[in-house]
Ligand binder design. Structure first.
Ligand SMILES: Cc1cc2nc3c(=O)[nH]c(=O)nc-3n(C[C@H](O)[C@H](O)[C@H](O)COP(=O)(O)OP(=O)(O)OC[C@H]3O[C@@H](n4cnc5c(N)ncnc54)[C@H](O)[C@@H]3O)c2cc1C
Length: 731
């Protein structure tokens, strides 16, 4: 099968991509357990969840009995147990990042608040999963497991409490107001702790029976910060607080709780040691939340992708049917058959939404699969460190540096990296980029694109009756961009992790990979992407060394105007890259699937057009950001009247050339063969020393060749694709 558009001229997309296509794209054709999980999650989403939304359950932020009924539906469908290992009552072996992402995708397809209710329980357990002692894991995982047949037991549900009332924890997670003190410590006995913690916006708080809470020591007998497990029933106050009057995710419970409880020191997550009469928690709250969020944020990113992709079918149906009925169009006329799809703009905008949805899902699921690979390697690393008695902190840092150096050597020499430690540092450097990138781009840019989807439904889009609940999904997307760390947090993290030499060495290889794909499969836009990646790398290198006119460094942690846009630009590149890789997978594996094979040529043609559109958009963003940063921090030249006149003379010539070719041929020769720029004395920019950048930028613009033609083809496909008669929810 070839992706060459020429070979596929007569083929087009026949139906919306179904499960068989998704299983190939997201690599779970051989995971029957996950396929079953997807089906049962979908049953809950398009059944009870959809009925609640359609019935108006979102009109209150109170946690009602009917919303509470969803928890039982999750239990019955096996959703509650996805997080657990089989010996704890779960059904999925091994790491579960990808499985959880698939469940979140299915639930968020209908309502992300429902997805959040289910995920918040995993978030509560995550600190225990990542850093808990074996006893803590056994206790809480068993309590959270649905009862076995014949077992009469109520399932425990949890909440994760990090955020605190102002002025404490929000984006800045170090400013803890929650405190822990030693309340009692009898000789030879376990210390009893007094924990005082107030939470703000804590999910699941209407019904959680335990809370994993971040607190700081307020006692010289306890060192640093930690996370503790609080239970309803512990002596003291377990006040669930008032519901947050939120506008979004109304199928989840969010409250501002207050706790003042006495708990045994064994509730410190990960345990503690005692040295010179001081309790030393094994993990600070910062270490635990870092391990937790780097996994759970990916799942949040996937939720917004689901919304974008869920918008396609309702929008197509609305557009096609817009002029049916009455007397204004009769069957067989374009007005009747195509309706609003006669208008290019609505089609082009839908192509953009679809391409964003696909690219963000590709990035999100790639990140989730990556964490499934990282998890066992990370455990191996910890075992090696324990065996070799490598402590945490500086010792671990030094050991990791050694392995990073080995990994870099492997990459540079092109040899295979089989050593698990080397493999770990390589994948870890990627995970440190993919997680914030997916959380940032999928939710932030995704929220913007959800607005586009809403706008395509006209007035209907902003009503409760909008098919596909698009208005709700738009608002909800803003919460996904906010909780578990808003965009600033992700940008801040990316600005550090994307400069890691191991990541950059891999990124460098990806440019060659994209060039190679571009030569075989030009219709995907891979060549455009390769040039955009090159420009991004050039810009990063430049900014890391450059200073502003006052001599201050440009690439600096506090200079968000530089680091943040560059982080955003990287996300566009990553999403497009993973989209391309998924299409290549479809191309390779599609023919072997009896369901996919027959319609594969049209499917591939459509997908490569979508991808081309996405690569062009990514290239445009990267070009804009790079140019703004490279030239925007240079002082504007002081012009004498003559210089100003000369500069604008040249611009006039260029404009004239466009309407009277030949008149100003020398001026339009934007870049000479030797790389010099004839417009050196140009109106604003001073190009001296920036020939490379200018050349790359010009090449990037040239690389957009064909992107709008791809958009036209994708738009046409959208006019022809078959969709079901009616949306399958609410049932
Ligand atoms: C419905 C809902 C459910 C939630 N569930 C939970 C939960 O279960 N558990 C939990 O612990 N928390 C939860 N949260 C809290 C959520 O994680 C926080 O609201 C979020 O992390 C942001 O914190 P903040 O609201 O204090 O924003 P702030 O810290 O006040 O930040 C506001 C904005 O200021 C800017 N900003 C702040 N600091 C910086 C900086 N250093 N650099 C650059 N820009 C900055 C950013 O633009 C940021 O978005 C929930 C929130 C909501 C709304």
């Amino acid at each position: 099968m070839s992706l060459g558009v020429e070979d596929l001229q007569s083929e087009t997309l026949r139906t919306l991509p179904g499960d068989d296509v998704r299983q190939i794209l997201w690599r779970f054709t051989d995971r029957y357990d996950l396929q079953m999980m997807v089906q049962s999650s979908r049953g809950v989403a398009r059944g009870p969840v959809a009925r609640l939304v359609a019935g108006g359950a979102r009109n209150t932020h109170e946690w009602t009995a009917e919303k509470s009924g969803l928890l039982k539906a999750f239990d019955d469908a096996g959703i509650t147990a996805v997080f657990l290992d089989p010996q704890q009552g779960g059904v999925i072996e091994g790491p579960k990042n990808f499985a959880l992402a698939l469940v979140a995708f299915e639930l968020a397809w209908v309502d992300a608040g429902a997805a959040t209710s289910s995920l918040a329980n995993c978030l509560a357990l995550a600190p225990i999963h990542e850093r808990g002692t074996p006893e803590q894991r056994d206790t809480y995982f068993n309590r959270c497991a649905p009862p076995a047949a014949g077992e009469a037991r109520e399932i425990w549900r949890g909440a994760f409490a990090l955020t605190e009332p102002i002025p404490y924890v929000g984006v800045e997670t170090g400013l803890l107001g929650g405190k822990v003190r030693v309340a009692e410590w009898e000789e030879g006995k376990e210390p009893i702790l007094q924990v005082d913690k107030r939470g703000r916006f804590i999910t699941n708080m209407a019904f959680a029976r335990f809370v994993t809470a971040a607190v700081d020591s307020d006692d010289p007998r306890l060192k640093g910060s930690c996370m503790v497990i609080l239970e309803e029933g512990d002596p003291g106050t377990f006040d669930r607080g008032n519901p947050a009057r939120k506008l979004v995710h109304q199928l989840s419970s969010t409250r501002d709780p207050a706790f003042s409880l006495r708990v045994p020191a064994s509730r410190i997550i990960g345990g503690y040691t005692v040295k010179d009469g001081v309790i030393i928690p094994c993990y600070s709250h910062g270490e635990i939340i870092e391990a937790v969020f780097r996994r759970t944020r990916v799942t949040v990113g996937v939720m917004t992708s689901a919304k974008l992709l869920s918008a396609i079918e309702p929008v197509i149906r609305y557009h096609r049917g817009r002029f049916r009925g009455g007397e204004i169009a009769t069957p067989g006329t374009p007005r009747y058959d195509l309706g609003l799809q006669m208008k290019e703009d609505v089609l082009h905008r839908l192509v953009d939404i679809w391409a964003t949805g696909e690219a963000s899902a590709s990035l999100g699921f790639a990140a989730a699969r990556l964490f499934d690979e990282v998890d066992p390697l990370e455990h191996q690393k910890e075992e090696v460190f324990a065996r070799e008695k490598v402590g945490r902190g500086t010792a671990a840092f030094k050991a990791m540096r050694r392995h990073q150096k080995e990994a870099l050597d492997c990459l540079q020499s092109g040899t295979n990296c089989d050593d698990p430690m080397v493999k770990f540092v390589l994948l870890d450097s990627l995970a440190n980029v993919l997680c914030p990138a997916c959380k940032l781009w999928n939710t932030g840019h995704g929220a913007n694109m959800m607005r586009e989807a809403v706008s395509l439904m006209g007035g209907y889009g902003i009503t409760e009756d909008c098919p596909g609940f698009l208005g709700y999904k738009w608002m909800d997307a803003q919460l996904e961009a906010t909780y578990e760390g808003p965009e600033a947090v992700q940008r801040r993290q990316l600005s550090v992790t994307m400069t890691n030499e191991l990541f950059l060495a891999q990124f460098h290889r990806w440019i060659a990979e994209m060039r190679e794909i571009g030569s075989r499969r030009p219709s995907t836009g891979a060549c455009t992407l390769a040039t955009a990646m090159h420009l991004w790398l050039w810009t990063l290198n430049y900014l890391q060394k450059a200073t502003d006119p006052d001599g201050s460094k440009l690439y600096h942690s506090s200079r968000h105007g530089v680091t943040f846009p560059l982080a955003d630009a990287l996300c566009w590149l990553l999403a497009a890259r993973y989209f391309i890789l998924d299409i290549l997978e479809l191309e390779e594996k599609g023919a072997a699937s009896p369901v996919v094979a027959e319609a594969l040529p049209g499917l591939l043609r459509f997908y490569s057009d979508l991808c081309h559109v996405q690569c062009a958009r990514a290239a445009g963003e990267v070009g804009r950001v790079a140019a703004e940063l490279v030239f925007g921090y240079q002082a504007h030249p002081e012009w004498d009247g003559e210089g100003f006149q000369a500069a604008y003379k040249e611009e006039e010539l260029l404009a004239l050339e466009s309407i009277m070719p030949g008149l100003a041929s020398t001026a339009t020769d934007v870049i000479a063969a030797d790389g010099s720029h004839p417009a050196k004395a140009g109106p604003c920019a001073r190009f001296d020393g920036y020939e490379q950048f200018v050349r790359l930028r010009a090449r990037l613009d040239g690389c957009l060749t064909g992107a709008q033609l791809a958009k036209d083809r994708a738009a046409e496909a959208i006019t022809k694709v078959m969709i079901p008669e009616a949306l399958d929810y609410p049932a």
